[in-house]
Each structure stands twice: as structure tokens, then as C-alpha cells.
Design a protein around this ligand. Sequence first.
Ligand SMILES: [Zn+2]
Length: 107
Amino acid sequence: MARYRTLKHGDPIPPGEPWRVTTIDGYVLLRWKVGPGEYVECREHRLVAGLPVGKVVHHRNGDPADNRPENLEVLDSSEHSSRHAAVQPRTLNGFGFGTFRGTAQAP
Ligand SMILES: [Zn+2]
């Protein structure tokens, strides 16, 4: 049976190119095979942001697959909630719901 482990702050990044998967909520998941039936996984935006402990990695432009460092922001969960509250009026102002799809539940 396959075993999956999430990469944590301070873990060495496994060697080799990871497999890139887009999750159903639009995030990019990296998956390394580290042994027979053994995998290490990490969401790309968290890795780019340095795997911050107890913090939320926010996508400034609302696109969960846009993991350029300049699009990412490391926030406390309360700061993060207020950031999302702040973008709500823009979605109602013709920005289109598609642009912000999935961000309401962004971890
Ligand atoms: Zn966010």
C-alpha cells in the first residue's frame, strides 16, 4: 500500500523532478517518489514560500496555480481571512467569480 508523507519545514527536499498534479481546488501539488510505494508530497505554493509553520500562504491574485514568489504572501490565519474579506467586493464588481474560484477555502 502506498504511503504518502507531507513535506515539513526543515525536511530535505527529495532529489529528482517531482510529478506536478493540479488538485481539484486548483492548487499545484508536487509529488516525489522516494521509495517503492513511498511518496512525499507538498503543495507548490507552500514550498515556494519556505514551508512556513502555522502560517497561511495566500495567492495575491486569487489564482491558486500562480506560484510565482511575487504572487505569494505569508499571513496569520486571521490576517488571511481579512484579506479574503477585502477581495469580496471586487468579485461582485464584475471581476468574475472565475478569477477567485476556490480562494474562499484557501488554506
Ligand atoms: Zn488566500
